[in-house]
Design a protein. Structure first.
Length: 184
């Protein structure tokens, strides 16, 4: 069942495209249109599969592709559309002329999702994060180091009472417990 393979993979070139291959693909599509992506590689004289040709054209070679950094307005639009549409990258790309779905997906996963998290917004629900311990957890490694440092300092300077040392030890244990519960 299912679809037959898009191409016979024996002898097909894989990996980076050469400028000559790009030129052949652009020349062929400019003269004839793309028609059937499965038939295009043979007709254009390329030793690639149709899917590879389609992706190369769609994501890199189309003349209407907009290159360069995304503007603040584009980033805001992507965030707003993601809140409504979710991970429907091609639908989102339809609202940003010249931008590809792949480019938008990559921007989301490498930059925008982290930006929302830093702002305290959940990138899935687009609502403020309600983690009670969010600030504590973000600083937890530093807190553990500080507790260890304080404990070592107090142990080396025997001018503290056992009660202060016990409280510090308890605080250190609590931090380690919270850290373990969070990151396991």
């Amino acid at each position: 069942m299912g679809r037959s393979p898009s191409c016979d993979e024996n002898g097909l070139k894989k990996g980076p495209w050469t400028p000559e291959e790009d030129e052949k693909l652009v020349d062929y599509i400019t003269r004839n249109g793309h028609g059937s992506w499965r038939a295009l590689p043979k007709l254009a004289g390329l030793n690639r599969c149709g899917k590879s040709c389609r992706l190369r054209w769609t994501n890199y070679l189309r003349p209407d592709i907009k290159r360069g950094k995304f503007s603040e307005d584009e980033e805001k639009l992507i965030i707003n559309l993601h809140a409504v549409l979710g991970n429907k990258w091609s639908t989102i790309a339809g609202h940003l002329p010249g931008r590809t779905d792949n480019e938008i997906k990559n921007l989301w996963n490498t930059h925008l999702k982290k930006k929302l998290l830093q702002m305290g917004i959940d990138p899935v629900t687009h609502r403020p994060r309600t983690d009670i311990h969010l600030n504590l957890l973000s600083n937890l490694p530093q807190l553990i180091v500080a507790a260890n440092f304080a404990s070592n300092f107090l142990n080396n300077n025997n001018n503290t009472t056992n009660q202060s040392l016990s409280k510090l030890q308890l605080l250190q244990n609590i931090f380690q417990l919270v850290y373990l519960e969070t990151y396991r």
